[in-house]
Design a protein around this ligand. Structure first.
Ligand SMILES: [Zn+2]
Length: 411
């Protein structure tokens, strides 16, 4: 089911992926955070901090950790991280323009080996490995979010973690973690898995700025690398089921018309079916500056770190269908998606006033973002003709949104 849902979680930049005879990751890592008793060696890793904003609540604390660096390779890791911090602070972008908003911490993690391409998650400190990406076929950097979280919390605060992997290749990517997208004063549970960026030795400061665009600011890729985006049939309370501010299914780009006129096809790594603001942007090409739509979003999130939002309003609510609604036959899958930037969402779905889903909590990696799929509905058991779906989304502050769609069954 997930293939036809726009996910925030798997995002990368185009780059080199030549890793020779790599073996894919053995299973999936993360999900739970081990304790210092489980992995004592991670909890003795030394930390070096550059604190420019002593109010850690207001600061954006970027924590670097390393995977696949043996004790002998630690000096190379330290040099590389210090150089990246210097680059982030000197490239003309959001870090350089807000110099006292960002703190940097480097955690010196020692790995028993530097074997990051053998599929084995147990022979480096942070469970690093590479996996094939289903869309591009490229090797994708991976690691264990639970181990990363434990290592990163050696730092005094961790708003986003950059995992530098000791590899020459593999595609960098970002994971938005499990916390709220925007700092807020309501329902703000601490994230279980922190926002994480994974990079290799090939990646420079511009690529880190792009990946932080995903992890810190919730931006989508604006580049394309083949294929048509199949969002299924989606009906949303705000007209656009894509929650990222810089991509849309609307060829006219109405959601950013206050900032940019029009839209260009391509985005979310697809050539067709999705649109981006149509100017050069760091979310399209890491060496270019951000477009006005992305800049606006970055400023919004930076402002929320300085002064957390009380509430972002009612949740977005959407119904996703696996078939076009005017000619439904056979098995139909229906999902309700609720999205809120700061609090968890519950959702329900009715078909002809009968509950199909009730009070369902999301199963998405982001706890405030609801992802609930019905049992597949056998439409041959229903009468031909018109039927109505109504989805209801309720956020943790009591605000409600509803969206409905009429389907026509023609078996
Ligand atoms: Zn952009």
């Amino acid at each position: 089911m997930r293939a036809w849902i726009a996910m925030l979680g798997v995002l990368g930049t185009a780059g080199c992926d030549d890793l020779g005879d790599a073996e894919p990751c053995d299973g999936y890592g993360g999900g739970t955070i081990p304790s210092c008793n489980d992995v004592p060696e991670l909890c003795s890793s030394p930390v070096t901090s550059t604190v420019l904003q002593p109010d850690l609540e207001r600061a954006i604390d970027i924590v670097f950790v390393g995977d696949g660096f043996t004790e002998a390779e630690l000096p190379a890791y330290r040099d590389r991280v210090d150089d990246l911090i210097h680059r982030l602070r000197s490239i003309d972008d959001y870090v350089a323009s807000h110099p006292i908003r960002f703190n940097f911490h480097r955690v010196d993690v020692i790995s028993p080996t530097s074997h990051l391409t053998n599929g084995d998650r147990t022979d480096t400190a942070l469970g690093g490995c590479v996996r094939r990406d289903s869309h591009s076929g490229d090797w994708w950097l991976d690691s264990d979010g639970g181990l990363i979280s434990l290592a990163a919390h050696r730092a005094p605060d961790a708003d986003v973690v950059v995992d530098l992997m000791n590899l020459d290749g593999g595609r960098p990517n970002a994971d938005p973690g499990t916390g709220p997208m925007v700092p807020s004063t309501v329902g703000n549970a601490a994230p279980i898995i922190p926002r994480t960026v994974r990079i290799s030795l090939e990646d420079g400061g511009e690529t880190v700025l792009h990946e932080l665009g995903h992890a810190l600011f919730g931006l989508a890729d604006e580049y394309s690398e083949g294929g048509e985006y199949h969002p299924a049939w989606a009906f949303s309370t705000d007209g656009d089921p894509l929650v990222q501010p810089n991509v849309t299914l609307d060829r006219h780009g109405r959601k950013w018309r206050a900032l940019v006129d029009g839209a260009e096809e391509g985005g979310l790594r697809y050539d067709e079916g999705v649109y981006h603001p149509g100017r050069s942007c760091r979310m399209r090409n890491a060496t270019e500056p951000f477009c006005p739509v992305c800049k606006d979003r970055i400023q919004h999130v930076l402002d929320a770190f300085a002064q957390p939002l009380a509430n972002d309003g009612p949740p977005r609510c959407a119904i996703y269908l696996s078939q076009r609604p005017d000619q439904v036959t056979g098995a139909l899958s229906a999902a309700v998606i609720g999205y809120d930037e700061n609090v968890a969402v519950l959702g329900s779905l009715r078909l002809d006033d009968e509950l199909v889903l009730d009070g369902t909590r999301g199963t998405s990696p982001r706890s405030f973002e609801l992802f609930a799929v019905t049992q597949v509905i056998d439409t041959t058991a229903l009468a031909n003709g018109a039927h109505a779906f109504v989805a209801r989304c309720l956020d943790g502050t009591g605000l409600v949104s509803e969206v409905s769609v009429t389907i026509t069954i023609a078996n």
